[in-house]
Write a protein that binds this ligand. Structure first.
Ligand code: NAI
Ligand code: 13P
Length: 318
């Protein structure tokens, strides 16, 4: 039996997909009013309206009552540590990070944060290209399940695969994590370019050179290049940099258009851009698009200035 911590868009969608197959799933939310509303209406009206819960999905606000089995942590990256600190000790139950990014305060990845708060826990990450709406509607998706313990990874791959989520497995946790973190930063860059009217060619350049930055950081932390060419890297970069369903891309669009953006929306790439820049500087890695995105977010560069910065860099081999 699987438990999902966090009844946002992604956690709810994963719970719906698992329960649709008949697996018993418990979805935990910390907000009592949300638990009551979801229990009464059998939907998550705030995040996934009109997508009803299958019978096998149980909603709870009692974290002590979660059954044995894997625990999916579907909370934003910058909230993962606090969420873990508030949760009980789950013993030997595998903890699966379902978030993307780098913690701003520590520059740690999701699985590293789990290890920091829960040393010795069996930790994994579920990542890759998928919008919560697509998963909840039953549309086909393929994701990466990364766990450095291959036996645990195999168990999780079997348990978490559903009729519409095909899971690929890897032991390259750093590779899977860095792809999901960097692609959100690049989605902000691409949204800003499109929003400012710089055109599709500029977006293709940002995606390709963004992939180069992703790979540079990945290799520097000991990840495998093949992982970045897979779902968690290239796959998610493609989805997020090209779709208006992406919140990171829409945030970038708003920067490019000079339009307001709702600050309550989860935009992982914003904090992660700053964390990634700090990490890259400490490691002496060149990540110019990441620098540009930080400049856009903190308001020190306009889109036009950021693009001029990128285009005027010294010429080099590809
Ligand atoms: N929405 C999507 O399409 C996808 C999201 N993701 C990832 O999933 C992660 C979560 O995103 P969403 O679910 O979309 O965000 P969301 O904003 O829809 O939901 C986040 C949920 O986390 C809960 N939460 C925040 N702090 C908490 C804490 N300390 N303890 C317990 N619960 C807490 C909030 O109440 C909220 O229900 C992000 O890292 C995102 O990148 C991954 C793939 C797809
Ligand atoms: O991670 C996602 C797609 O794989 C969701 O993207 P956003 O967080 O930008 O909405």
């Amino acid at each position: 039996m699987t438990s999902v911590i966090g009844a946002g868009a992604f956690g709810t969608a994963l719970a719906i997909s698992l329960a649709r197959d008949g697996s018993e799933v418990t979805l935990w939310a910390r907000d009592a009013a949300q638990v009551a509303a979801m229990s009464a209406t059998r939907e998550n009206a705030a995040r996934l309206p009109d997508l009803g819960f299958p019978d096998a999905l149980k909603v709870t606000g009692d974290v002590e009552s979660l059954p044995e089995g894997p625990v999916l942590l579907a909370v934003p990256m910058q909230k993962l540590r606090a969420a873990l600190q508030d949760l009980p000790d789950f013993g030997a139950r595998p903890l699966v990070a379902c978030c993307k990014g780098i913690e701003l305060t520590s520059r740690l990845s999701p699985v590293q944060v789990i290890g920091d708060v829960r040393p010795g826990a069996r930790a994994a990450i579920l990542t890759g290209p998928s919008f919560a709406q697509d998963i909840a509607k039953g549309l086909p998706t393929a994701l990466t399940l990364a766990c450095d313990d291959d036996d645990t990874g195999r168990d999780l791959q079997t348990t978490l695969t559903t009729a519409n989520i095909r899971l690929y497995r890897t032991v390259d946790v750093p590779g899977a994590e860095i792809g999901g973190a960097v692609k959100n930063v690049m989605a902000i860059a691409c949204g800003a370019a499109i929003g400012a009217g710089l055109g599709e060619s500029a977006r293709a350049a940002l995606m390709t050179r963004g992939y180069a930055e992703m790979l540079r950081m990945a290799l520097a932390i000991g990840a495998r290049a093949e992982t970045l060419a897979g779902l968690s890297g290239f796959g998610d970069l493609t989805l997020t940099c090209t779709s208006r369903l992406s919140r990171n891309y829409r945030y970038g669009l708003s920067i490019g258009e000079g339009a307001p953006f709702d600050p309550s929306v989860t935009v992982e790439g914003a904090a992660t851009a700053r964390a990634l820049q700090a990490r890259a500087r400490a490691m002496r890695l060149d990540m110019p698009i990441t620098d540009a995105v930080v400049g856009l977010i903190d308001g020190s560069r306009t889109v036009k200035e950021a693009m001029t910065d990128l285009l005027s860099r010294p010429l080099k081999e590809e």
